[in-house]
Design a protein around this ligand. Structure first.
Ligand code: TYC
Length: 113
């Protein structure tokens, strides 16, 4: 009869508790990335339609919506909100679909912050 020494992987202190696997401790919790949602200017979409979009899909009051619409009109684009990937994707899709249904060329895009 031969007696062999036990290796680390033989020494367990219960099911799923192999002693050699107990060193992997998670030390950091990273926050998920955020995405800027932007509206782009064009020459055809009516100002009131853009104001309505900002109120309806981004929860802005009329004064806030009017200000952001004017910023887009003057500067070419503006960030209208910052969201998780899934929420940003949904907002962009909702705005693009709403604009298409009303036959306006309004463009809404997202970009990693
Ligand atoms: N430039 C448009 C106009 O003069 C208004 C407008 C504002 C269009 C913002 C798009 O994202 C936009 N009617």
């Amino acid at each position: 009869m031969t007696i062999l020494p036990m290796t680390m992987s033989d020494k367990t202190d219960g099911p799923g508790n192999d002693a050699s696997l107990l060193t992997k401790t998670k030390t950091k919790t990273e926050r998920p990335p955020l995405y800027k949602v932007m509206l782009l200017n064009d020459d055809y979409t009516p100002m009131e339609f853009v104001v309505h979009v900002l109120e309806r899909f981004f929860g802005l009051n009329h004064a806030q919506a009017f200000d952001i619409m004017l910023t887009v009109h003057k500067k070419g684009l503006a960030v209208v909100g910052v969201f998780s990937f899934e929420v940003a994707e949904t907002k962009v899709a909702q705005v693009m679909d709403f604009a298409r249904r009303h036959q306006h060329p309004l463009q809404c895009t997202m970009e990693k912050e």
